[in-house]
Design a protein around this ligand. Structure first.
Ligand code: C2E
Ligand code: CA
Ligand code: CA
Ligand code: CA
Length: 278
């Protein structure tokens, strides 16, 4: 049951980091796996809180490992970041996600897609060009792409990240601050480098209905976002009560198991067809 709740994928597995040898094995398996097309992108829908209509999807990577089964990102993204494979992973996910957006567009579902970007990409001067090239290759308008970035020490280095963020904004790509409320969140960034969207960390949203402090934080972030003219998304929406509360607070978008688990593309296509798109 614990596995199902997490979308049927394994997350942290202690056997995966039980020593340098197995880490090295997994690292070379990952390189090979990426090249052999073993990365699979799942999609989790977001709904407009007021209308409950689908309003976008987040691309979440999994690794179909030949012997270990379907691995969740927590089992290999940190490894990819350490080993320098992360840029390749980002490129593969972006490519699959943009291709899928084109397919859904052809079926009449014009869905924006959000892709998770490691903060380190913001210090890479070639990153905006790579994004522009991927959009052009798939014929996807930049407005349909949101880059979700978790604030980190790297973003704290605003001087370097600033040029990359400015270039992305000028292209028309949307920027979302992921896991807002955790880590290195700084109000100053919202003034100097305004994103388009704040995504409230699921740790606050999941406990919002039992814990008054969590609800206060969610309310404060929603108000902050709205007063700054930003979109605000709540992730980790697991209950109808939470979805209603977010409606009362005026949160724009919601994502979570109560709406749908992350699904393979074909299953999400069926979900879109069955949800009221009229
Ligand atoms: P995230 O960006 O915060 O993504 C949301 C995570 O919350 C996903 O876990 C999703 O399955 C899970 N989730 C969604 N709804 C609920 C809910 O109602 N309750 C609970 N408890 N959890 C929910 P997942 O797919 O295991 O991804 C974990 C993290 O891995 C992501 O966190 C993101 O930081 C990272 N990640 C995923 N895909 C990529 C990728 O393509 N590139 C990079 N760099 N990181 C990725
Ligand atoms: Ca995310
Ligand atoms: Ca998040
Ligand atoms: Ca996270």
């Amino acid at each position: 049951a614990a596995k199902r709740r997490h979308g049927g994928v394994s997350g942290y597995d202690p056997s995966l980091d039980s020593g340098d040898a197995s880490r090295l094995t997994l690292q070379s398996e990952l390189r090979q796996g990426v090249e052999c097309g073993e990365l699979v992108v799942f999609y989790q829908p977001k709904v407009d809180v007021a209308t409950r209509q689908p309003c976008g999807v987040e691309a979440l990577v999994r690794w179909q490992h030949p012997t270990r089964g379907l691995l969740g990102p927590d089992a290999f993204i940190p490894l990819a970041e350490e080993s320098g494979l992360i840029d390749l992973v980002t490129a593969v996910v972006l490519d699959q996600a943009l291709a899928q957006i084109g397919r859904w567009g052809a079926l009449g579902h014009e869905l924006p897609v959000s892709v998770n970007i490691p903060a380190r990409s913001l210090t890479d001067g070639t990153f905006p060009g790579a994004i522009a090239a991927a959009l052009a290759r798939h014929g996807v308008r930049p407005e349909l792409l949101t880059l979700e970035i978790t604030e980190s020490a790297v973003i704290a280095d605003l001087l370097r990240a600033g040029e990359v963020l400015t270039e992305l904004r000028e292209q028309g790509v949307n920027i979302s601050i992921d896991d807002f409320g955790t880590g290195y969140s700084s109000i100053a960034h919202l003034r100097d480098m305004p994103p388009h969207e704040l995504k409230i960390d699921r740790s606050f949203v999941m406990k919002m209905c039992e814990n008054a402090r969590d609800e206060t934080i969610v309310r404060a972030v929603v108000d902050l976002a709205k007063n700054l003219g930003l979109r605000v998304v709540a992730e980790g929406v697991e209950t109808e009560t939470a979805l209603r509360t977010l409606g009362d607070l005026g949160c724009h978008e919601a994502q979570g198991y109560h709406i749908s688990r992350p699904l393979p593309a074909a299953e999400l296509t069926a979900w879109l067809a069955s949800s009221d798109m009229s």
